[in-house]
Design a binder for this molecule. Structure first.
Ligand SMILES: Cc1cc2nc3c(=O)[nH]c(=O)nc-3n(C[C@H](O)[C@H](O)[C@H](O)COP(=O)(O)OP(=O)(O)OC[C@H]3O[C@@H](n4cnc5c(N)ncnc54)[C@H](O)[C@@H]3O)c2cc1C
Length: 454
């Protein structure tokens, strides 16, 4: 790697021997759990040096982003500083986007970090590794639909989710301000179009209906949240929630109808313009805000590593989560394609899968250092839960918990949905702090407006 960048030197024991260095790139749903647990064990006992690299300074659990976009969650209350977590759990953190990897020299290059005026805060760095674990997640796939990347918003980061929230708020305020100018003037309708009837699209649609109702209660009194805010969910396939059993899809469609959300299935989006969404059947849906929630792909940086990848750029890994092209490189979570048993499918890109893979990799790293054979990853599908905001949650439980797929709904589904985030917090902080955080969240929920207004 020919570069003048600063090289992060390896740690050595008092004997002069280098300590094995495990570098994890991506501190998301899977990566942060992994480094926390490795830091607590191998890092604390100095059996290995654990390093996390992430392009951001703070972590947020990605499944919360649709609530941030709808304004029903204040992200600042749920973001975790990587440097603090590193200090508490015996790992090192380097902020910066991974730019490339030299597999021959076993090192990766991390981009400089710039301030808002593009002045460097941190220089470009080179980090040598003994074992590399890639967990950089996925980004929205716009499938080259004309105008989509330019005119539709994605929900991949806190910044994007906050932009969506601000735009919805502005659109609703603009719509009611017209009605103030003349008492007879009707409130101009606000059109929100969500593309993609998967879990993210469905959850966002329901959450936005809740937002409209809260905004109407918090001062936008001329806005009828049901009639004046039109929400349309567009899905190319024959039904929403394609990976879930059909009965859940039918029930969810019914519940969305009850929330006055138009569900359009079997119609592919062919173009997105600044104020409309055009579909293959010739429809033109007016849109004040278009959100694209219709598929994922892996960030381009992984394509240049020379590892075997699939059509959406996921690194193909064996059942030990090692790249089939390079055994020193592990990959997991959304950025990896791991076979799901003999089903012929790959493990789905879910927080649940990233969590399970992180647990397997903790064991793998211990065994790797002990020069023992690596454990095989087996994905257990415990089912899926779809939150319909404050209104409902639906889903199915599967596998060992119930022995077969069982539809659940209502309070139980809502509680299980909320427990997913608490599980993640428990993996990061332990039971006591998770419980305190849950209590603080509950208190905050009861003392702040239900929607973040500014
Ligand atoms: C709105 C939304 C709702 C969702 N809801 C659910 C749900 O209810 N249940 C569920 O199971 N799943 C849900 N998912 C999917 C779930 O969030 C992902 O499957 C999960 O986060 C994947 O975990 P990961 O660790 O692979 O990646 P991520 O959690 O995406 O983390 C990737 C990390 O890599 C970092 N990174 C990216 N590129 C670089 C780079 N070049 N250099 C350094 N760092 C980099 C990012 O900053 C990030 O911290 C949802 C996703 C979205 C977007």
């Amino acid at each position: 790697m020919n570069s003048p960048a600063y090289v992060i030197p390896k740690e050595r024991r008092s004997t002069g021997q280098e300590i094995h260095r495990i570098v994890v790139v991506g501190g998301g749903a899977g990566g942060l759990e992994l480094v926390t647990q490795l830091g607590d064990s191998l890092g604390r006992s100095k059996k290995a040096q654990i390093i996390l690299v992430d392009k951001s300074a703070t972590h947020i659990w990605k499944p919360l982003l649709h609530e941030v976009a709808a304004g029903s969650m204040d992200p600042s209350a749920h973001q975790l500083e990587y440097v603090a977590q590193a200090r508490w759990h015996n790992f090192e953190f380097y902020q910066g986007a991974m730019m490339d990897v030299s597999r021959d020299e076993k090192c990766l290059r991390v981009a400089p970090v710039l301030d808002e005026n593009q002045n460097p805060i941190l220089p470009e760095r080179v980090i040598p590794y003994d074992t590399l674990v890639l967990a950089i997640g996925s980004v929205t796939n716009f499938f080259n639909v004309p105008g989509a990347e330019k005119h539709a918003m994605a929900v991949d980061t806190v910044i994007q989710a906050e932009t969506i929230r601000r735009r919805i708020l502005s659109a609703c305020m603009r719509s009611q301000s017209g009605a103030f100018l003349s008492a007879d003037a009707p409130v101009k309708k606000v059109h929100l179009v969500i593309i993609g009837g998967g879990a993210t699209g469905v959850e966002l649609a329901a959450e936005l209906r809740n937002t409209a109702e809260v905004l109407a209660a918090y001062g936008l009194h001329k806005l009828d949240p049901q009639k004046d805010v039109q929400i349309t969910l567009v899905e190319a396939g024959p039904r929403i929630l394609p990976p879930l059993p059909e009965k859940i899809s039918i029930e969810t469609t019914r519940l969305l109808g009850y929330l006055n959300i138009d569900v359009m299935t079997g119609d592919r989006v062919t173009q997105v313009t600044p104020d409309a969404v055009l579909t293959a059947s010739g429809k033109s849906l007016p849109s004040d805000l278009t959100v694209w929630a219709g598929g994922i792909r892996v960030p381009a940086v992984l394509h240049e590593m020379g590892l075997e990848t699939n059509g959406i750029g996921q690194i193909i890994v064996s059942n030990t989560l090692q790249s089939v092209s390079d055994k020193n490189i592990f990959a997991f979570g959304d950025c990896a394609a791991c076979a799901w048993g003999d089903s012929g499918k790959i493990v789905p890109p879910r927080a649940q899968a990233a969590h399970q893979q992180a647990s397997t990799l903790v064991k793998s790293m211990h065994r790797l250092l002990a020069k023992k054979s690596l454990p095989v990853f087996t994905y257990r599908d415990y089912g899926s839960l779809i939150s319909l905001g404050n209104y409902e949650a639906v889903g199915n439980l599967m596998g060992r918990m119930v022995g077969r797929s069982v539809k659940i709904q209502g309070f139980l589904a809502r509680m299980l949905y909320l427990s997913l985030y608490r599980n993640h917090q428990m993996a990061l902080h332990g039971f006591f702090r998770m419980a305190v955080d849950a209590l603080v969240d509950w208190l905050r929920h009861n003392t702040k407006p239900r929607v973040k207004l500014h």
